[in-house]
Design a protein. Structure first.
Length: 300
């Protein structure tokens, strides 16, 4: 990112109360810089809700609207409708929720808004657990991860939210992390430019929840991509998939062993996770390659 970017206006106050090394707040700072001052943020319960809800110490410089846990997508829908009724099509509306407010508690409102193709950006900061209330499992918690409610490691796999969002055929879906800033900014700008429902899936390393040092956030986000645990890709209209990066394969165990939440996983279980990751990567790549081969077919 160039000098002009760093000197462009900031919409977060310094000195916020997020944990040192929080992956989400790095990303949120940059999303707000892309969207600018004319933005309204719908916020649900979670780390952002806790840290932004208390005036005069809220770190957010743009307008914010705190909603009940289940309804951030419904609130964003209403904000957009009110702006449209006043003839204001310029103000950007962004709904922001963690994985708890997205995969679990807010899924009904999200699905309804996606099915109607409501015109706002939805940012899910996926830290793979209910971190704000002391690290409980969510349906985004991956197989084998320690949480206070899965002390021997989570038994089942992570819910496949990208597949759920693709099934809604929304105009734009993208995965992003704080570790690849150019990719991140390109997707934030693309989301800003498109109309209709845009969904940004942010992998958000969480030092206390993942058992990593505060300074390891970007390294873990990068490892997630390099190991293909968290591929970087975009999906247009729920169909056309573009793989943004095809990294040389790094063993998944390098990512797992860097986090104490996976301390109970045996070598055999790590091998199982590797096979799952390989399967999903192959599936994603096959779809991306097929669409790349049909790039001239505007009907797709
Ligand atoms: S608990 Fe995790 S997600 Fe929440 S502010 Fe701290 S680092 Fe960020």
């Amino acid at each position: 990112m160039n000098k002009d970017w760093w000197e462009s206006p900031e919409f977060l106050h310094p000195g916020h109360a997020f944990c040192a090394g929080c992956g989400f707040i790095i990303a949120f700072r940059h999303i707000l810089k892309v969207l600018g001052a004319d933005t309204i943020v719908a916020i649900t319960a979670g780390c952002l809700g806790t840290n932004s809800g208390f005036l005069p110490s809220s770190p957010i410089k743009v307008a914010g609207y705190n909603t009940p846990f289940a309804s951030v997508a419904a609130a964003a829908t209403g904000i957009r409708a009110a702006l449209d009724a006043r003839g204001n099509s310029l103000t950007q509306v962004i709904a922001v929720a963690g994985d708890g407010g997205t995969y679990d508690i807010g899924l009904q409102a999200l699905s309804a808004a996606a099915e109607r193709n409501e015109n706002f950006i939805y940012l899910c900061y996926d830290n793979e657990g209910y971190m704000n209330t002391g690290v409980q499992r969510s349906s985004a918690t991956p197989l084998g991860a320690w949480t206070t409610t899965t002390p021997e490691g989570k038994a089942g796999p992570k819910k496949d939210l990208p597949a759920i969002m693709m099934a809604h055929r929304i105009p734009y879906f993208a995965t992003l992390t704080p570790a690849f800033p150019e990719d991140f900014l390109a997707k934030a700008r693309q989301a800003e430019a498109i109309k209709g429902m845009r969904f940004l899936q942010l992998l958000s390393p969480c030092p206390p929840g993942w058992g990593i040092p505060s300074q390891a956030t970007v390294k873990l986000a990068r490892l997630a991509v390099q190991t293909r645990v968290f591929p970087l890709y975009e999906v247009y209209d729920g169909k056309r998939i573009i793989l943004n990066l095809e990294p040389e394969k790094v063993p998944v165990k390098d990512y797992l062993r860097a986090q104490t939440r996976f301390r109970t996983l045996s070598d055999e279980e790590m091998e199982h996770v590797q096979k799952e990751v390989d399967f999903h990567w192959a599936e994603l790549k096959a779809r991306a390659d097929w669409f790349a081969s049909k790039a001239d077919d505007a009907a797709l």
